[in-house]
Design a protein around this ligand. Structure first.
Ligand code: VGL
Ligand code: ZN
Length: 208
């Protein structure tokens, strides 16, 4: 079974959102084409879903501002603008994303004491989300990922997919993703490639 995993295609990460990724909205039509014509059996979307007091928010760290380095539960943590707070428009999926076609939504980032870039588990790897179990139960053998942001949630999700779904072929769809920092995107792609993740374009998939 072939699965598509759409990472955090939410208002908060698109222009006008609280943690906007440059050109993040441009991936929405590409994601919709993949949903329609990518030949996937299972479509999954992750949703960054923070309580308003989430510890990754710079606003919770006196004297710090967004994008500063800080600490969360004793670990180094990039401090973010308040974003994707549960129940707010910022946390909703982009309105043009074909969410009706999504079989399973995996929310993450609910624990205020730890961040969760990966859709599979928290950054400290203590708690898993259940997504690996869902994909295993669907007998997924091929997993393609795309979304926002390449250098954070997409990368960590892809690396965890390789580790937590042994035997599954994992690919990153570059033109259906955008990143926060151009240098970060470069090294994220290098890291993914080094772990055996295929780097592909939506055109390769839509042409098959
Ligand atoms: C993300 C930073 C904080 C992401 C989520 O979706 O890449 N990045 N929360
Ligand atoms: Zn977040």
């Amino acid at each position: 079974m072939k699965a598509l995993l759409l990472i955090d295609i939410q208002n908060g990460f698109c222009p006008g959102g609280n943690l906007p990724v440059a050109h993040g909205d441009e991936i929405v039509p590409v994601a919709n084409q993949l949903i329609d014509g990518g030949g996937y059996d299972v479509i999954v979307a992750s949703q960054d879903w923070h309580p308003e007091n989430h510890g990754s928010f710079a606003s919770r760290h006196p004297g710090k501002k967004p994008f500063d380095m800080g600490e969360l539960s004793g670990q180094p943590q990039v401090l973010w603008p308040d974003h994707c707070v549960q129940g707010t428009p910022d946390a909703e999926f982009h309105p043009d994303l074909n969410i009706d076609a999504v079989d399973y939504i995996q929310q993450k980032g609910e624990n205020p004491a730890v961040d969760s870039y990966s859709a599979f588990r928290d950054n400290d790897q203590a708690a898993t989300t259940g997504l690996a179990g869902y994909l295993g139960a669907q007998q997924v053998t091929e997993l393609d990922l795309c979304g926002l942001a390449t250098d954070y949630c997409v990368k960590f999700s892809a690396l965890d997919a390789v580790e937590m779904l042994p035997g599954v072929k994992v690919r990153f769809i570059e033109d259906a993703s955008r990143g926060i920092d151009p240098e970060g995107v470069k090294s994220a792609i290098a890291e993914m490639r080094a772990k055996g993740i295929g780097i592909v374009s939506s055109k390769d998939i839509l042409a098959d």
